[in-house]
Design a protein around this ligand. Structure first.
Ligand SMILES: *[C@@H]1O[C@H](CO)[C@@H](O)[C@H](O)[C@H]1NC(C)=O
Ligand SMILES: *[C@@H]1O[C@H](CO)[C@@H](O)[C@H](O)[C@H]1NC(C)=O
Ligand SMILES: *[C@@H]1O[C@H](CO)[C@@H](O)[C@H](O)[C@H]1NC(C)=O
Ligand SMILES: *[C@@H]1O[C@H](CO)[C@@H](O)[C@H](O)[C@H]1NC(C)=O
Length: 436
């Protein structure tokens, strides 16, 4: 995400807004409590065979069987919670996925769901089959009290698969103009053996997918979309997460396409398309003199179009730790402002003082990076810290041309040991003398 300076007035404004919403919602809640109650009562009378919902069945837990309406108006949160509890407690007959309990979000329905925490561990591998639409409440006023900071949270689950041709609709429009966009669409904490496949996520109020302290995450064929102008709608953010594959996906948004934070290693990003937004980022790392480690990251066979950056590594001054073993392979750039960028002076406020320590950057390889750039800044920018130069930066088959009719720009380089294995366009002559 883009870092915004946090000032006291800003925090105060944010707090005040949140309090305001809480009050608005409280009022709303009190007003509707009676109605809610009446609805439940009616429901009981009309469908005596349903509640109390039993956890029996054939391993398919259709949220409608738990009272979800799916008309895009009613709040279906409780049905999801009950369906999850049953599915999670259910034991599959074998370890094979074909027998895993399935929480089914059926096609043809739109379910409104408030903040929900899907908590493990579960009895067996579990599938959430999203064939229909899952919608967030429509804007701050409809958001449930106390929980505007979270929406769909998945916690401590092993072997969770979320798949299907459906849609997760974050309905972020009303949040984007506010100084705080408090919640992400989907957040995964301490999950292991996680698979996300096929579905689409749109208009998250903030990050679309965020992973913290997860192990073994496989993302495939998903589609993330938010307007180019939507702030902080990062596509996929991972942090302290290892063994990650992100394949065959399309991300069109207003901030980083994929961002990789500290503590991530063994990450493979392959065949993805990034549109608008800020490209694929490692960092920012080392904020407030913190320690950061990122290692063994490969990005390959991908297309980056009309973005602010292509492939970027950004660190704040004053941090420590390292970024190493990074490979960018076969990347097509189309009209990207900064296709290749290493920035060890990351400072969006422009008010950072020079510091002596830095998160070290070494063993970074760029191979077959081709396409066009927009000439507002150099196509290759390698800006490394004064005390800790970047080492072993290898560029091969880099060919970047200005968008038609624009003048070509030189590469920018500061304090880096680079090596070019082929002729590059633009030429990169910025290597420090290795005898220094
Ligand atoms: C992930 O699944 C594998 C194979 O089923 C299992 O051995 C491993 O323990 C799981 N990982 C974690 C961190 O639970
Ligand atoms: C790459 O991903 C796209 C979806 O963005 C898919 O249509 C295509 O088949 C994938 N290519 C390969 C080689 O898997
Ligand atoms: C780097 O990560 C890949 C998976 O993306 C893994 O197969 C490989 O073993 C890792 N390499 C090292 C040196 O750990
Ligand atoms: C920080 O270092 C850079 C590079 O050496 C230099 O251009 C800049 O003037 C310095 N800034 C301050 C505030 O000393």
């Amino acid at each position: 995400m883009t870092y915004f300076p946090i000032s006291i007035p800003f925090v105060a404004y944010c707090l005040c807004l949140c309090v305001c919403y809480t009050q608005a919602r409280l009022h709303h809640h009190l007003h509707h409590n009676h109605l809610d109650h009446e609805n439940k009562h009616m429901h009981l009378l009309l469908s005596p065979s349903y509640p109390p919902y039993k956890c029996n069945g054939d391993g398919i837990f259709d949220v409608r069987e738990f009272g979800a309406i799916g008309d895009g108006i009613e709040d279906d949160t409780n049905a999801f919670k009950e369906a999850w509890d049953c599915a999670c407690q259910s034991q599959s007959q074998s370890q094979s996925q074909t027998n895993s309990p399935i929480l089914l979000v059926p096609h043809g329905y739109s379910f409104i769901i408030q903040f929900t925490m899907f908590t493990g561990p579960c009895q067996s591998p579990i599938i959430i089959q999203v064939d229909g639409t899952l919608m967030a409440p429509d804007g701050p006023k409809s958001w449930s009290k106390n929980n505007i900071h979270r929406w769909l949270v998945f916690y401590r689950i092993d072997h969770l698969t979320i798949k299907g041709k459906g849609l997760i609709d974050g309905r972020g429009q009303q949040w984007w103009n506010l100084p705080c966009q408090p919640h992400k669409a989907m957040r995964f904490l301490m999950c292991t053996n996680l698979t996300l496949q096929e579905f689409k996520i749109k208009d998250s109020p903030h990050f679309n997918l965020r992973f913290d302290r997860c192990i073994s995450v496989h993302i495939e064929s998903i589609f993330i979309v938010a307007p180019a102008s939507s702030p902080n709608t990062d596509g996929i953010h991972i942090e302290n997460t290892k063994d990650v594959q992100i394949y065959n996906s399309i991300i069109s948004n207003g901030d980083d396409c994929v961002s990789i934070g500290t503590g991530c290693y063994d990450v493979e990003v392959k065949n993805i398309t990034c549109l608008h937004g800020h490209g694929i980022s490692i960092g920012s790392l080392g904020i407030h003199n913190s320690h950061a480690l990122v290692s063994n990251i490969t990005v390959s066979d991908s297309t980056i179009k009309h973005t602010k950056n292509g492939v970027r590594i950004k660190t704040w001054q004053g941090g420590y730790g390292a970024v190493n073993q990074v490979t960018y392979n076969n990347i097509l750039m189309e009209n990207v402002r900064n296709p290749i960028i290493i920035d060890q002076f990351y400072c969006p406020t422009k008010q950072c003082s020079n510091q002596t320590s830095a998160v070290e950057i070494y063993d970074v390889k760029y191979n077959n990076i081709k396409g066009t750039y927009n000439v507002r800044s150099p196509p290759v920018h390698i800006g490394c810290s004064n005390q800790t130069p970047c080492r072993n930066i290898i560029l091969s088959k880099v060919e970047l041309f200005p968008v038609k009719g624009q003048p070509a720009l030189d590469a920018f380089c500061w304090n880096a040991f680079t090596e070019t294995e082929t002729i590059t366009v633009p030429p990169i002559h910025c290597s420090l003398d290795k005898t220094l």
